[in-house]
Ligand binder design. Structure first.
Ligand SMILES: Cc1cc2nc3c(=O)[nH]c(=O)nc-3n(C[C@H](O)[C@H](O)[C@H](O)COP(=O)(O)OP(=O)(O)OC[C@H]3O[C@@H](n4cnc5c(N)ncnc54)[C@H](O)[C@@H]3O)c2cc1C
Length: 458
């Protein structure tokens, strides 16, 4: 019998374990992770494979550290970006949780430097953005880089090893719920774990599983917006005026034709574009190393679509579009912006005759207009022209667009302000899988928050 069982060793699960061990070192805590220990994690594509082998368990997303392990490790230190925690508690409380989580990252070896704290520089960039009808969100960033992220997470793993029970390569299969209260979990190896409290933190990787389990237990879900878009890659000097000062600029635009919100997301100066694999579907993302620089900068452009009743399947909608790209390109598609505007596909020859060398070499040159719905594609084009005003060269015909980038955090669990599920007592759900966060620092902060709540209940 455990005091607490935690499902998923991403930042959300890890930070809840760290905080519980600080407050209740005598408690018995078990952390169940379906992937490997951090030192055994492997993504074959990152190691030079030409094509993603579609591993059954994606090495990029599963294992100690979750999606955070090989991530760019950008800690965005504001409640305005990377999640919805302000919907559950006062803004000041979220700021305090972010500050506390940031200090924990520092304690375990994060880099000292924070970008974007110079308000005078920010105000000037904000002015330039406003002239292009773009909103620049103030978001200071601590950048760990992928190598440092791995070190920090390994330090956390070493610290918790021995203090709590950690199971690797085992997945939670189903929740045990009796009389409206969670009693434990059944694992896919046949084992049953009994625990007084259960924290579910399965990330976007486990969002489908979470949705099914919650439907089974009649726990309410609400639709979030569906975020679909592309990853943009361009020469680093084009965005250098912004990235040298802010590292990551969060820009929001309301595209005129449809009025949809388009935003920049996960900017990686001198970084590389990477492929992810969500349950067999190839999607695109990006990251950068602290010490290894490419000549390119990449970022996502995501279009947020808020659907109304009777639509109930935001994850399936995103998957459907990503599958179309996979069907046409055998994986990720890449197209030059000029080819998209000219209504023709990109070809290997056209990509070669460019000033940009793609960093994701396995992407297939093709035509994104056959995949992305007209509405989202129009908004993306309009956003690229708006960005061109503050970073001339963005709308160049050589700019590369990779598809599809889609965020599967769309179904949000109905939760109390303590992030406990409405309907099942002692069951808490946090991080990206619950739809309450979208980034490392808020996922970590959500872990700290539930850990404190549970420890207070005793
Ligand atoms: C390439 C890439 C780059 C990124 N860069 C950044 C960045 O720079 N800054 C930023 O803020 N965010 C970034 N992100 C997003 C960030 O990684 C996530 O927001 C964050 O990791 C979410 O944390 P989480 O704990 O909720 O989930 P995750 O990190 O996804 O962890 C969930 C864990 O649960 C496990 N799991 C799932 N289902 C089960 C189950 N049934 N049983 C047992 N275990 C299970 C998974 O294997 C996984 O290890 C990036 C993501 C990617 C993929």
């Amino acid at each position: 019998m455990y005091n607490v069982a935690i499902i998923g060793a991403g930042p959300a699960g890890i930070f809840s374990a760290l905080e519980i061990m600080k407050l209740k070192p005598e408690w018995r805590v078990i952390l169940i992770e379906k992937g490997e220990k951090i030192e055994k994690r492997k993504c074959l594509l990152r190691e030079g494979f030409a094509k993603c082998p579609n591993c059954k368990k994606c090495g990029l997303l599963c294992g100690w550290g979750g999606a955070g392990a090989f991530s760019d490790g950008k800690l965005t230190l504001t409640p305005d970006v990377g999640g919805h925690l302000v919907d559950y508690m006062e803004r000041q409380k979220v700021e305090d949780l972010i500050d506390y989580s940031d200090k924990l990252y520092l304690e375990y070896g994060a880099t000292e430097e924070v970008f974007g704290t110079d308000m005078k520089t920010f105000a000037e960039l904000e002015r330039q953005a406003a002239l292009a009808e773009l909103k620049l969100v103030h978001s200071p960033v601590r950048h760990l880089g992928t190598e440092r992220s791995l070190d920090v997470l390994k330090n956390m793993q070493d610290d918790l090893d021995g203090k709590i029970t950690i199971l690797n390569n085992v997945a939670a299969k189903s929740l045990i719920v009796e009389c409206g209260q969670v009693k434990g979990i059944e694992l896919d190896n046949g084992q049953t774990i009994c625990a007084e409290y259960t924290i579910i933190a399965p990330g976007r990787e486990g969002a489908d599983w979470l949705t099914q389990e919650f439907a089974k237990n009649k726990i309410g879900m609400v639709n979030n917006a569906v975020d679909v878009g592309v990853r943009v890659e361009l020469p680093a000097p084009v965005f250098e005026p912004l990235t040298s000062k802010l590292y990551e600029s969060k820009l929001i635009y309301h595209a005129p034709t449809f009025g949809d919100e388009v935003r920049t997301f996960c900017m990686n100066p001198n970084g590389e574009v990477v492929q992810e694999n969500y349950n067999g579907i190839a999607t695109v993302n990006g990251h950068s190393y602290a010490n290894m620089k490419t000549k390119n900068t990449n970022f996502a452009l995501l279009v947020s679509e808020r659907f109304t009743e009777p639509f109930k399947e935001p994850i399936a909608y995103g998957q459907h579009i990503a599958r179309l790209a996979n069907m046409l390109g055998g994986g990720i598609l890449v197209q030059r912006f000029g080819d998209l505007l000219d209504g023709r596909r990109s070809t290997p020859e056209r990509i070669k005759a460019s000033i940009i060398e793609p960093t994701l070499t396995c992407a297939t040159p093709g035509d994104l207009s056959l995949v992305i719905p007209y509405r989202q594609l129009t908004s993306i084009k309009e956003m690229l022209f708006a960005l061109d005003k503050i970073a001339p060269g963005t709308a160049s015909r050589y700019t590369l667009l990779y598809g599809i980038e889609v965020k599967f955090y769309s179904a949000r669990v109905k939760l109390t302000n303590e992030l406990e599920t409405e309907g099942v007592k002692n069951l808490f759900t946090i991080g990206d899988g619950a739809g309450v966060t979208r980034g490392l620092i808020q996922a970590s902060a959500s872990g700290v928050h539930v850990a404190r709540t549970i420890c207070e209940r005793g």
